[in-house]
Design a protein around this ligand. Sequence first.
Ligand code: GDP
Ligand code: MG
Length: 140
Amino acid sequence: MTTERSLVLVKPDGYARGLTGEVLRRIEAKGYTLVALAVTTPTREMLAAHYAEHEGKPFYEPLVEFMSSGPVTAAVIEGQGCIPGFRSLAGATNPTEAAPGSIRGDLGRDWGEKVQKNIVHGSDSPESAAREIGIWFPDL
Ligand code: GDP
Ligand code: MG
C-alpha cells in the first residue's frame, strides 16, 4: 500500500455541534497527518461537483441544501491506507447503523429529517480523493 491522501469534511451538523476537534483528534490519534485545513461555507457549485455521482437521487437536493447551510471544516489527510482507513473511522453512512467506536456510531443519530446528518465525509477511492481535493483545495 502506498501513501495516499483523502478529502475529509466535517459537515455543517458536526461543525455546528463543535465536533471538528473531536474528528481531527481521531484522525491524528489514528496516525494520519493533516496536510491542509480550512473552514468554509461551500457554494452550491462546489457541492454539485463534489456530489455529482448522486445527482438525480431523492436525497440529492436536501443534501446540497444542508451542506450549503453553514460552515464546514475541510481537511486533506495523508497516510498509508488513509482512504479506506478514514471510511472505517467514520462508520456506516446511516448513523443509527454505524458501529459504536466509529465517529458516526459514537456521535451521530437520526434527527428525523430528510437529510442524513452524519457528521463527516470521506473520499471513497483514490480517484474520488484526487477529484475532491481539486474542488476544496485547488492550490494543493
Ligand atoms: P457516504 O460516502 O457514506 O457519505 O455516503 P454516500 O456517498 O452514499 O452519500 C453521500 C451523503 O448523502 C451521505 O453521507 C448522506 O449524508 C446522504 N445520503 C446517502 N444516502 C442517503 C439516503 O438514502 N437517504 C438520505 N436521506 N441521505 C442519504
Ligand atoms: Mg460517498
